[in-house]
Design a protein around this ligand. Structure first.
Ligand code: 7GP
Length: 822
């Protein structure tokens, strides 16, 4: 493995040693989990040398460092990815084969570290991979949740949430670093204290504290010896940790601390694009933010005496508003602990923090009741109050007498702390995650802020890592790409453009389709094993996998399946290419319509899959527990990628890019990054339908959309909707899906009927689906389009995204790590 010269013999002997040392077992005696642990320990040992060397380079070069602050890191499994990035995957696979072991079975033993919900968390993971691969000094900062994203079981068609005890067997790719622990304080009160010289400072007292203990995970760069670090913070009771000071008198205090510590990191909130607004969540935010800033400042101070230089060496990127309390925490430390004046501290802070917005969904906007905020973080609140006071003066100076502006833009308003306003007031950069999304931020959602600070706003279109989502996920296609364009694409995805000439070549088309077929067989096996459903690898694999959310419109997809079913029933000989509709989605535990949609999909599957009339032409599959590891197989096997959000609602999407990378054709709205994919791949190789963002926004403003009209005038739609309440898909239970029916046709509890324009877009969706049906029959045309999708995916690498963040926002120095020893 050293410097790509992999020594199989040494590897095998290390695995055996590790089995012996960890379990006192031989290879024959060990089970797969133990072998996974031993193999991972062996790989980690390799990583350690590079990790050390990277740290030494940091010490020597003192490069500017980004701290990527995120409540979520949806890492997915590490073993396979680390082997890919160490350029040792094939060798290790062979070495294990010689021992009679199957690497993919061993990989399967690893729990998915699922410290994230969906897009936002997975983006953070892709960014870490790109940062290390491009050779930048970066720390991801997050929380080591004891329980990550819940595991999803489907029982009688309903989602059941099962706790994700991912640490149960011990996680080999983390390193506990108790020597870098920090104290974090909650509650209590603040009192001014006057010095003899008349000076005054604030003293925080009667607080509860916990210790933040970092666990470092290595982030291995591709073939460059760079290993960056993801810090996940665990919480421990201080009294228990510092055993010396633990005496009987402190017992109660110790128990209270233990409770606080345990609760803090117990579980990831399972909401995507939605806030829960719970006090514990704010505690989690402050906990990891405070610890991370303390660690960043401690690192800075090792090399620097003057805190004014902080912006030259440190940048904090806030992944949405979740870590925005960083603004006030940094101010607090600079003012209270470093003794700076307000203006000085503000100047430093506002040159160190930057903010990324990931959604325009209003239910995701974080607003904390002042009461909670102040009680939990009394000193931090004082600082927010002062930031707000000064910000209002700035607005007054800019727009004299305009009270309306102040109301709309204030950080503290209506008894609430508005986190996005704080992030924008303090951040030197505010970015959206796709061109359209950033435009909507500037022209609608954040218009007032854009008018005031146009220079802060910029776009950074999302990207994904081709190392995980092609090299690891789809080895057959990866080899095919390499055969044609060389290996360069692994670190420079734009090189896939050289595939374009092959798109017309019948032999290449055939090879490409053969690879796709093999991946479909792989997925079909998985589906058979996990769902017991037989699917036909020669059918079109039409896939929608993502979190379940009304705006993502899984409901549109399944209603269309119902419609097709009706068509086929009444006209069995109609032109119809066999289709497998594949869904995968977790619903937030408390999201009723989302959970009901899962039940609907499963019930529709049950009816259609068993109806002999349609002769297996339609199959519907709901893949249980959609997560990073099975996603890799799903992307590889897809023909059609469903990206059908209501235009303007999906900030970017990243799944869309993973499908494109694997040669699926997109069926989508002009939303998020779909718009840019359309620009790259061209109108002939993508299926676009539905209203534009502008049209949607106009309807929302004029409140002139009436789904009932469509229901009354389109008999097919009428029939499908009635089937929601006539028992067709619910064993005669007419009430089961009534809420879904109602959500489409009547205004309820403040929610307007069909607020995501499903009926409005239905016809144009169905038409585009019909085009797909015909296009797929033309194998050559399809293969050509699929190859062109791969050829035009270059822009959507997270390497490109990260380089833009570096050039426009972070201004990091590139590092080179030399491994003299190797
Ligand atoms: C998601 C967006 O919904 C998705 O469109 C985007 O690709 C992704 O972020 C990465 O930028 N947002 C979330 O996952 C989310 O929870 C609320 O946003 C803060």
């Amino acid at each position: 493995m050293r410097s790509n010269v992999f020594n199989k013999k040494e590897f095998v002997s290390n695995v055996k040693d590790n089995l012996k040392n960890l379990y006192r077992k031989t290879l024959d005696e060990a089970n797969q989990q133990e072998i996974f642990q031993a193999v991972s320990t062996t790989v980690k040992d390799e990583i350690m040398d590079r990790w050390l060397a990277t740290q030494q380079t940091f010490e020597k070069d003192d490069p500017k460092t980004v701290y990527y602050m995120s409540m979520e890191f949806l890492m997915g499994r590490a073993l396979g990815n680390n082997l890919i990035n160490l350029c040792a995957y094939k060798e290790v696979k062979e070495a294990l084969e010689e021992l009679g072991l199957d690497l993919s079975v061993i990989e399967d033993q690893e729990p998915d570290p699922a410290l994230g919900n969906g897009g936002l968390g997975r983006l953070a993971a892709c960014f870490m991979d790109s940062l290390a691969t491009l050779g930048y000094a970066a720390y991801g900062c997050g929380i080591r949740y004891r329980y990550g994203m819940f595991k999803q079981k489907i029982s009688d068609g309903f989602q059941v949430e099962v706790p994700d005890n991912w640490l149960k067997d011990g996680y080999p790719f983390e390193l506990r670093r108790p020597e870098y622990c920090y104290e974090v304080r909650f509650g209590g009160n603040v009192r001014p204290e006057y010095g003899e010289d008349g000076s005054m400072k604030f003293v925080h007292e009667n607080y509860q504290s916990v210790l933040a203990i970092p666990y470092d995970m290595p982030i291995v760069g591709y073939d460059n010896n760079v290993v960056d670090t993801l810090i996940t913070w665990d919480a421990q009771a201080k009294e228990v940790f510092e055993l010396d000071s633990f005496d009987k008198g402190n017992y109660e205090q110790a128990v209270a601390q233990e409770n606080l510590a345990r609760n803090l990191v117990e579980v990831l909130y399972p909401n995507d694009n939605h806030v829960a607004g719970k006090e514990l969540r704010l505690k989690q935010q402050y906990f990891f933010v405070s610890a991370s800033i303390q660690r960043a400042l401690a690192r800075f101070k090792k090399h620097h005496d003057d805190i004014h230089d902080l912006p030259e060496k440190v940048v904090f990127q806030m992944n949405d508003t979740h870590p925005t309390v960083a603004v006030a925490e940094l101010m607090r430390i600079l003012v209270d602990e470093e003794g700076l004046g307000w203006d000085d501290a503000w100047n430093i802070t506002t040159h160190c923090v930057a903010y990324t917005n990931h959604t325009i969904m209003s239910e995701a906007l974080e607003k904390w009741p002042i009461e909670i905020f102040q009680r939990l973080l009394p000193r931090v609140y004082q600082i927010v109050d002062e930031i707000n006071r000064r910000f209002l003066i700035e607005i007054e100076n800019r727009y004299p007498g305009n009270e309306y502006k102040k109301q709309k833009m204030a950080i503290l308003w209506d008894g609430q702390v508005k986190m996005a306003h704080l992030a924008i007031a303090a951040g030197f950069s505010v970015n959206g995650v796709a061109k359209l999304h950033t435009e909507i931020l500037m022209n609608q959602e954040l218009k007032d802020f854009y008018d005031m600070y146009p220079q802060k706003f910029n776009n950074k279109t999302n990207g994904i890592t081709q190392r995980r989502f092609l090299a690891h996920a789809n080895p057959l296609l990866a080899d095919w790409v390499t055969k044609h364009v060389g290996k360069g694409w692994i670190t420079d995805l734009s090189q896939v453009a050289k595939l374009a000439p092959y798109a017309e070549d019948p032999k290449e088309q055939q090879e490409f389709m053969e690879i796709k077929r093999k991946n479909k067989i792989r997925l079909a096996k998985y589906i058979k094993e996990h769902n017991g459903i037989e699917v036909n690898p020669d059918s079109i694999f039409d896939v929608q996998v993502k979190r379940l959310h009304e705006y993502k419109r899984q409901l549109l997809n399944i209603l269309h399946v119902m419609y097709l079913y009706n068509q086929l029933k009444s006209n069995p000989n109609m032109d119809f290419y066999p289709r497998t509709f594949i869904f995968g989605a977790k619903a937030a535990a408390g999201y009723r319509n989302a959970k009901l949609t899962i039940k609907l999909i499963n019930n529709v599957a049950e009816v259609i899959n068993h109806d002999p009339d349609i002769q297996g032409k339609i199959k519907v599959v709901f893949i249980e527990d959609y997560r990073v590891s099975n996603a890799e197989w799903i992307f590889a096997a897809a023909d059609v990628s469903e990206q059908i959000s209501t235009a303007s609602k999906e900030a970017s999407g990243t799944g869309n890019m993973k499908f494109m990378l694997n040669g699926a054709l997109t069926l989508g709205t002009m939303d998020g990054a779909n718009v840019e994919m359309y620009d790259e791949v061209g109108a002939d190789n993508i299926f676009i339908f539905g209203m534009s963002a502008e049209e949607v926004i106009a309807h929302e403003q004029h409140k002139d959309y009436n789904p009932m009209e469509i229901y009354n005038n389109d008999p097919d739609i009428h029939k499908v909707l009635n089937q929601l309440i006539d028992g067709t898909f619910s064993a005669n239970d007419k009430e089961l899906f009534r809420d879904l029916y109602n959500s489409l046709l009547s205004n309820q509890g403040g929610k307007i009927a069909d607020r995501y324009f499903i009926l409005a877009d239905f016809r144009s969706y169905a038409n585009e689906q019909q085009k797909i049906n015909s296009y797929y029959r033309n194998r050559k045309a399809w293969a050509k389009s699929a190859i062109l999708n791969v050829a035009h995916v270059g822009k959507f690498s997270s390497d490109r995204t990260i380089q833009e963040y570096v050039d426009d926002i972070w201004h990091l120095d590139k590092i080179t790590v030399k491994m003299d020893r190797i």
